[in-house]
Each structure stands twice: as structure tokens, then as C-alpha cells.
Ligand binder design. Sequence first.
Ligand SMILES: NC(=O)c1ccc[n+]([C@@H]2O[C@H](COP(=O)([O-])OP(=O)(O)OC[C@H]3O[C@@H](n4cnc5c(N)ncnc54)[C@H](O)[C@@H]3O)[C@@H](O)[C@H]2O)c1
Length: 309
Amino acid sequence: MRILITGGAGCLGSNVIEHWLPQGHDILVIDNFATGKREVVPPVNGLTLTEGSVADRDLVSRTFDAFQPTHVVHSAAAYKDPADWREDAATNVAGTINVVEAARAHQVSRILNFQTVLCYGRPETVPIPVDHPLRPFTSYGISKVAGERYLAMSGLPFASLRLANVTGPRLAIGPIPTFYKRLKAGQGCFCTDAQRDFLDMSDFLAAVDLVMKDDAPAGIFNVSSGEGHSIRDVYDAVRSHLGLPADPDVKVVPVGDDDVPAVVPDPSLTRSRLGWSAKVSFAETIKRMLSWYDAHGVSDVYSHLAAKN
Ligand SMILES: NC(=O)c1ccc[n+]([C@@H]2O[C@H](COP(=O)([O-])OP(=O)(O)OC[C@H]3O[C@@H](n4cnc5c(N)ncnc54)[C@H](O)[C@@H]3O)[C@@H](O)[C@H]2O)c1
């Protein structure tokens, strides 16, 4: 495959690259390093980097013309400043339109998109079925919903994977790295009274492999474990991993106005349509993540590709 990956320098994109490059695929990354790291897209055989924004229509179009991709993974997304609506709209809406139009012009065999479960807003039912109404209420969620909708009406053979919390190499945001870093530094922690779904990277990559097949069903899929675990469970697991005594009195605070108490997407239709389900248990998922931090630290950039070359 000749795979063009937008946002390939980010957490998910770089894990997809490390998964596919050894299989002999040619990969081109478009990334502006807004949140990604240059070090994870090293100059190695089969991997090309175009630095720039997907919001730059000419750049996207020129890059597609030069690379001639057969497959596209659209992983670029803007989210880092919730008040920067224009950047979110430029990347997540206009940028997605640029990628979708270029993919259509090149008649790619598959285009894969990653969607946030914030698309559902505050869900009426948990686990959240994939046909739950979309009620995003953040700039990131609103712009990501628009992007997914343009993709869905493009006529392209697409898959959009709705994701909650995928854990794996280089994950640096969310409760797991936060607790790990603070507890190691002897700092205090509090837990929000929230339930989240955690999915191990190997389960995520298995779903990605499935939907990239030319004969795989197209459409929108919840890719999740389907199990809600409290932030408190995560806190307890990190303490135990670090050999710290239990902390029954840790402060548990209600979620803020900009947050959602329970985010657990229901993967049952994904199971029946794709034959995919998560294999790695919650305990093992957290353990793998914490062992990775033991070896590489929380914010250090570590690339298996860079290490090999
Ligand atoms: N990691 C998860 O658990 C999770 C959950 C829900 C949704 N997602 C979605 O998965 C995708 C990847 O997320 P991630 O966790 O790897 O985040 P990330 O921040 O690590 O990766 C995003 C990448 O996009 C790049 N980028 C941002 N704006 C760009 C632009 N205008 N042009 C080109 N590149 C740009 C960033 O530099 C970064 O490398 C996103 O679409 C995100 O919405 C991820």
C-alpha cells in the first residue's frame, strides 16, 4: 500500500506507522507538529515527511499528486486550545475537506478517519450506541463532527473509528500519565467522578488493520472496550504499580461543566459488522501503559523507528 497519513507525528499516527512500516508499505506523513513530534517521523526507508498543515489546500493537493497514495489515514486534528475555534475549524473542518477532496480525486481504495467520542456530547444512554444523536458542545467536538460528516457524504470508501482513550507508546495526556508523573514526584492527586473506556493500542491497531482491507465494511464504528472504569480505578492501579499503599481518602470531585461523567462507547455493532472486539483486559491495558512509562518516561519522545536506525 502507499499510505498517506495526516497527523502521523502524533500518538496514534506514529503507532500506526511503527505497525505498518516494517510490513513494507510506503508511507507519507503530512504534519505541522502542532502537537506531534518530529522525532517520531525519522528519515528512514519508506517514510517521507511533508511539513505543513492540512488546512493548506495547495499543499495537500500537491502532496497527493506527488505521492499517489492508494490509502489514506486522516489522523491530524486540532484541539490544544479550546478557545481557538478558528484553528479547530481550519484543521478539523477545512483540513478534512481538503484531504477528502484530494482522496476522491485520486480514487483511493480506503480512507480512514479517527473520531472523538465527544461527538456524542452528554450521552442519554451508556454504553453509547453508534447511532446515538451527535450533540458535541466543544470546539473540538463540533469541528470533528463536521469533518466526519463531510467524509461520510463524500462517496469515498471510508471508515471512521470513534475512539475514547487509546493507550500506548507516547500517550502523554489523561489520567494515567498524570497520576504516574505526580505520584512518582510525591505530589498529591485528586480524581474526577468519571467513568472512561480504555483501549490498548494492540486492539486499536487490530481494528485499523481490519477496516483498511478493501473488502471490509465501510462506515462508522465505535472502537472501544465497552467497559466503563472510574478514574479512581486508574488511580488505584497506578499507586499499586508504583508500590504505594492504598489511598482510601483520595479526593473525588464532580466533573466540570465542560466534561462528561461517563464516556463508554458501545462496540457491539462493531463486533457484529467487523468481527472485532477488544482482547486486552483493563488491568493489562493499564499495566502495559505503566510499564512503558517505567521504561521511557511520561513526556520523553521515544520512537521505535528512530531507535532502529
Ligand atoms: N488518542 C485517542 O485516544 C483519541 C481519542 C479520540 C479521538 N482521537 C482522534 O485520533 C486522531 C489522532 O489523535 P492523537 O491522540 O494521535 O493526537 P495527537 O495530538 O498526538 O496527533 C494529532 C497530530 O495531528 C497533527 N496536526 C494538528 N493539526 C494539524 C494540521 N493542521 N495539519 C497537519 N497536522 C496537524 C499534530 O501535530 C499531531 O501530530 C485525532 O483525529 C483525534 O481526534 C484520538
